[in-house]
Design a protein around this ligand. Structure first.
Ligand code: F6P
Length: 759
């Protein structure tokens, strides 16, 4: 409508002006037509009168001439009629003939002519004709026409002409607007089609030659900027280091603040006698995220779970870490015993953990746990909002402890970029639907701008769950979900570890490590060793691993006394009865196998249920021959990657469960089904026998992959995607303020320039 008015009014105006300008011409033309008409009428009249007048003259009926003229005058709608004799004397005339007009007046002399005659009563038009009788010229017949009639008629013509122009103008405008509307629709249709096909450039080309052409230029320039920027940051060309992460933050995110929310803190302070000890937890999540915050600064918001945590914070509950070289802050959130029991042990680890891991342990869902989970998510969301110094921070939410938090934060900070990473698998919709609060969980997660999983498979399971349980718009091609006016991109980002390793982890040489661990465990120097290092968790396949050893020693007795498995198991979630039972089973099975196959101090399984610090774990990675990862289900499993990273001698063999995310990235490992005990035993045998050349070939390939796809790349890809999302949102905001609101909004939602950072 606005467009119509904007177009029609000027057009009508212009046409009216044009009409007004050409009116005098039209007027002149019509006047000349009228005069010609008058002339010919007068001519006809004069001819018809000639005979009658000749007779009246011949018969000398002079008294009848003037009445005759009067009759003709009235009948012919003529102003006045007169007859001049050949000596130019006005002999006969009607009463209206102006007395001032004489026969020798210029207007009445000459041949039959038409002229305008000025008389005091106004303007008259004369038409003069020669009157012929039988004996020659009688005189001149003079008709005087009232020109005021002509002027009136001309004014009327002008008025009609003006109306005509206005109406024509309106008609032209209307037709033009209809045609323009149709072409606009066609343009939008074609533009949409191109954009839906993901071809933004083609879409922009459609704008050429249209009202939006100047905008097309701007859009193309902007898109090119983004594309160039992306190219300059082509992740495969980048060397991913803490410095490149810092650069992304500085350039792509213009130094925006980064907040991490994770249940587990990277450093906890614990009382040991009258001293305070700092501990780093056995957590893959911490292993991955800690180097990132070191690189980017920012704040890590976590549950303050250490026994001396309260003693070590400032009045804002902050503590600077790492202790040796502080570069970021932990903001500790305090939970009551009841909150911890319901939220952490209960809903997170007795509910969601077994729900998402297919490890044949039934999830337990209690209403009281759920309520605690909701409350603690609120508490952390409040902490995030308190910590945020700007309206649009980048918030990295970690794991299944905070499924509700993204939505809660989104409601308070609508412009925040929330990247949620789900570190564990996501089950299929049937399994997920077991959770009584499936809808709230999905809605909570869809508060995120980006939702990440380790594998595409888990992304698909999530999208399928949304499809099954929510009324949301899903675009499977771009893996985006539109729910409640918000868009969430569901992407896979396989997590990794730092590369290069912190030198503290490789302080001792490989051979020093070999000697050290054999000495520490009172083992002979030639004992072949496999190792496992895990949290003491039923998903890790520790029992299965022990059964492999049992089977190996049964089927390959040549390894008796020559081979042992060292199992490091960090106690975990030990308040949960499943975990207590599991620990008892692990201990029992280890001692059963040891008593079955052990002799003279020889133990096939060395079980170490205790916390080991990182440096110690790396000594084991470097000093053992084989590393066993036999998880029954695992999002990624970073032990596998750490083992490979620790082997800078390129030796050692990794046996890896096919049910880990890592198995998709490290096919050079010996991939096994942990439930297949004989296969596991055979893998152990093959690993122990593997020639060094083959070990090296496999190890090199795996090291190359981890070097390239390290944790900086994992985080960098998410941050780059976050930066892209923010740029897109800003662009959309800018465009919304301008004329581009006319463009289909999908132009901002899909782009061929969207970084395709998948691998
Ligand atoms: O594997 C999932 C996970 O959250 C990891 O990210 C982390 O390493 C582990 O669980 C830690 O568990 P918790 O914090 O309960 O000890």
């Amino acid at each position: 409508m606005r467009l119509t008015l904007r177009f029609v009014l000027p057009l009508v105006f212009v046409l009216s002006v044009i009409g007004y300008a050409v009116l005098p011409l039209v007027d002149k033309l019509t006047l000349s037509w009228f005069m010609r008409d008058l002339e010919s009428r007068s001519q006809v009249l004069a001819s018809s009168m000639e005979q009658t007048l000749a007779e009246l003259f011949r018969e000398k009926k002079h008294s009848q001439i003037e009445p005759y003229l009067k009759r003709i005058q009235d009948a012919g709608r003529i102003y006045a009629i007169g007859i001049c004799d050949p000596t130019s004397v006005l002999r006969y005339k009607t009463a209206t003939f102006p007395p001032t007009l004489k026969c020798f007046s210029k207007a009445l002399t000459g041949d039959p002519i038409s002229q305008t005659v000025d008389v005091p009563t106004g303007m008259l038009q004369s038409s003069v004709f020669l009157l012929q009788g039988n004996s020659g010229t009688i005189g001149k017949l003079v008709f005087l026409h009232d020109m005021s009639f002509v002027a009136h008629r001309s004014a009327e013509t002008r008025r009609y002409m003006l109306y005509l122009f206005v109406i024509v103008g309106l008609l032209i405008s209307l037709v033009t607007v209809v045609v323009a509307q149709l072409s606009w629709r066609e343009l939008v249709f074609r533009l949409r089609k191109s954009l839906r096909a993901g071809n933004v450039l083609k879409g922009i080309r459609q704008l050429r030659g249209t009202e939006l052409a100047p905008l097309a230029k701007d859009l193309r320039a902007l898109m090119h900027d983004i594309e160039n920027d992306r190219r300059s940051r082509d992740e495969s060309q980048m060397n991913w280091t803490p410095i490149s992460l810092k650069q992304i933050l500085k350039e792509d995110l213009s130094g925006d603040e980064v907040l991490i929310v994770a249940n587990r803190e990277p450093y906890s302070h614990n009382k040991k006698g009258d001293k305070i000890e700092i501990q780093t937890p056995a957590s893959g999540l911490v292993t991955a995220l800690e180097p990132i915050l070191r690189a980017c600064s920012g704040t890590w918001i976590a549950h303050g779970s250490g026994t001396a945590d309260r003693q070590t914070v400032d009045k804002f509950d902050h503590v600077k870490v790492p202790p040796d070289n502080p570069s970021y802050e932990i903001r500790r959130v305090w939970l009551t015993k009841e909150e911890e029991a319901g939220y952490y042990y209960g809903f997170s680890n007795e509910g969601l953990w077994p729900l998402c891991h297919i490890a044949h342990t039934r999830p337990t869902f209690r209403l009281s746990d759920w309520k605690a989970y909701v409350e603690v998510n609120k508490k952390f969301a409040r902490a995030v909002i308190e910590e945020a110094k700007t309206d649009d921070p980048v918030i990295l939410v970690q794991d299944y402890h905070f499924a509700l938090l993204p939505k809660m934060v989104r409601e308070e900070l609508p412009d925040a970029t929330i990247i949620t990473f789900w570190h564990i698998p996501w089950p299929n919709p049937e399994a997920f639907g077991i959770c009584p609060w499936y809808e709230e969980i999905l809605q909570g997660l869809l508060g995120s701008s980006i939702l990440g999983f380790h594998t595409r498979f888990h992304c698909n399971n999530f999208v399928d769950s949304v499809d099954r349980f929510l009324e949301a718009r899903i675009d499977r091609e771009t893996s985006t979900i539109s729910f409640g006016q918000k868009l969430t991109a569901v992407k896979h980002y396989p997590i990794s570890i730092e590369w290069p390793l912190n030198p503290n982890k490789t302080k001792l040489t490989v051979s020093e490590c070999r000697d050290f661990i054999r000495k520490e465990n009172a083992l002979p120097p030639d004992r072949r060793l496999a190792m496992g290092v895990d949290r003491l968790d039923y998903t890790k396949g520790i029992l299965e691993r022990f059964l492999w050893v049992d089977s190996l020693l049964t089927h390959h007795p040549e390894w008796l006394g020559k081979f042992s498995l060292i199992q490091i198991a960090a106690p975990s979630r030990s308040k949960i009865s499943h975990y207590q039972d599991f620990e008892a089973q692990v201990r029992a099975l280890a001692s059963e196998i040891n008593s079955r196959h052990g002799f003279d101090g020889y133990e096939p399984i060395l079980l170490k249920i205790e916390h080991h610090d990182v440096e110690k774990v790396f000594q084991y990675y470097r000093g053992c021959d084989v590393c066993v990862v036999s998880s029954l289900h695992d999002g990624m499993n970073l032990v596998a990657k750490e083992f490979v990273a620790g082997r800078d001698d390129n030796e050692g063999v990794l046996i890896l469960s096919q049910f880990t995310g890592a198995a998709r990235e490290l096919p050079e490992a010996l991939i096994v089904n942990p439930y297949n005990i004989d296969q596991g035993a055979t893998a152990l045998h093959i690993a122990l026998e593997m020639p060094v050349t083959e070990q090296r070939a496999r190890m090199r390939a795996m090291r190359n992959l981890i070097q390239e796809f390290n944790v900086y790349r994992w985080a960098g890809r998410m941050l780059m995607d976050a930066a892209f999302t923010r740029r897109k949102a800003r662009l959309k905001g800018r465009m919304r303020d301008s004329e581009t609101s006319l463009l289909p909004s999908s132009i901002f939602e899909r782009s061929t320039f969207e970084p395709n950072l998948t691998r």
